[in-house]
Write a protein that binds this ligand. Structure first.
Ligand SMILES: NC(=O)C1=CN([C@@H]2O[C@H](COP(=O)(O)OP(=O)(O)OC[C@H]3O[C@@H](n4cnc5c(N)ncnc54)[C@H](O)[C@@H]3O)[C@@H](O)[C@H]2O)C=CC1
Ligand SMILES: O=C(O)CCC(=O)C(=O)O
Length: 373
């Protein structure tokens, strides 16, 4: 892959490759755009098969953060990090701290948070090296696990899309299929259960399916079949890249709305394909902003009441996106991009907060790191 060529094509500002022989850290930080403020986004830890795969993932995730933060009304730009490692086997505090030192060297241009494979404890390890991290445990003044407000936002977004498609936001009796019952998917099930929806779930991890089914009454489905179910809403809450030329024709739903980042393999082309089939696609970065809205609150003093008040607004953002798409006869992907671009125009004359953010260094002694350090 021609890296700078590719940065140029998608208007990336900076990509940082991180290597630390001592701890085995191999990471990439992609800063897409800092027009609205410092780049903010989670760090994903995954056993990528190649550097190319990791680079492609971090670039795509990073771009989505630019638009997510913009549509959410946050004063942050878009960035993301990836660490090439198996989170179950290869993670250590020393490795996370080495990564934290790379983040620190960027002087606040990138603020890290959690993503798939990283935890609150990992954010705490990073915090020992840099103030430019969010998603800390609650006992350290952080917002804790942000999956709960993410799920709340997904629930609200599904209700908004239901109002648009069926003329009623109520999900009572609606059939909803959720692919992936990890942190967000399982929490979403609880909201849907409260409302009396009929829930279908799948996951590659059978134990999670069993547990969530027992707690919520959701019906387990074979993972390969979940997207083919005849339902009102298909909610992808696992990993991205699951909707493409083969799977889109198999869908039998009216709405696609879930947490997974980048569920479409090709954003525009597959958004069009869904629209052509009469399926309403709720753009990932509009509906799944609850996590970053919550975690970024830490920088102004975490307040759960304010978080839920702000995340509630996802209902209005989804409604607005669907209205733009209908009124202008464009895909929802284009409509969401229009909303993000309007934000960039609105902010053009506002002085940047970007690099004035300097929280104090972390003072707790915390756990010891291993003797290698
Ligand atoms: N946690 C959050 O606050 C946010 C999460 N997201 C996105 O939402 C998605 C879910 O996030 P989390 O629940 O936090 O992750 P998680 O790792 O807790 O859960 C993901 C679940 O998907 C399952 N899974 C993995 N591959 C699968 C496959 N091919 N088919 C079915 N199930 C599969 C896993 O076993 C796991 O249970 C991710 O794409 C993440 O990037 C987006 C915004 C915020
Ligand atoms: O929750 C965070 O801190 C990061 C948010 C993020 O990376 C995402 O929304 O995909």
């Amino acid at each position: 892959m021609e890296v700078i060529e590719s940065m140029n094509k998608y208007s990336f500002e900076q990509i940082v490759f991180c290597n630390d022989n001592k701890t085995g850290l191999k990471g990439i930080i992609a800063i897409h755009n800092t027009t609205l403020g410092p780049a903010m986004g989670g760090t994903r830890i995954a056993p990528y098969k190649s550097e190319e795969e990791a680079l492609a993932d971090v670039m795509r995730l990073s771009r989505a953060m630019t638009y997510k933060n913009a549509v959410a009304g946050l004063y942050y730009g878009g960035g993301k990090g990836v660490i090439i490692a198996d989170p179950k086997k290869d993670k250590s505090e020393a490795l996370m701290r080495a990564y934290g030192r790379f983040i620190n060297s960027l002087g606040g241009r990138y603020i890290a948070g959690e993503d798939v494979g990283s935890t609150e404890e990992d954010m705490l390890a990073i915090r020992r090296e840099t103030p430019f991290v969010i998603g800390l445990p609650k006992v350290y003044g952080g917002s804790g696990n942000v999956s709960e407000p993410t799920a709340y936002g997904i629930w609200k977004g599904i209700k908004a899309s239901s109002a648009h498609v069926f003329g009623d936001p109520s999900l009572k009796g609606k059939r909803i299929a959720i692919q992936g019952v990890g942190n967000v998917g399982s929490s979403l099930c609880h909201y849907l259960k409260q409302e009396g929806a009929e829930i279908f779930i799948s996951d590659v991890d059978e134990n999670k399916v069993g547990m969530v089914a027992a707690q919520t009454g959701a019906k387990p489905v074979v993972n390969e079949e979940i997207h083919r179910l005849e339902v009102d809403v298909f909610s992808p809450c696992a990993l991205g890249g699951i909707l493409h030329d083969q799977t889109i024709p198999q869908l039998k739903c009216r709405i696609v709305a879930g947490a997974a980042n980048n569920p479409l393999v090709h954003e525009e082309e597959h958004a069009q394909m869904l629209a052509d089939r009469g399926i309403v696609y709720v753009v990932d970065y509009v509906i799944n902003a609850g996590g970053v809205m919550c975690a970024s609150n830490e920088l102004i003093g975490y307040n759960p009441k304010r978080v839920y008040f702000e995340v509630d607004n996802i209902y209005n953002k989804v409604t607005e996106m669907l209205k733009i798409a209908r009124d202008k006869n464009v895909t929802t992907a284009k409509a969401a991009m229009m909303m993000a671009n309007r934000r960039f125009q609105d902010e053009n004359n506002i002085p940047r907060l970007a690099y004035s953010f300097k929280p104090p260094m972390f003072s707790s002694p915390g756990p010891r790191i291993n003797s290698e350090e």
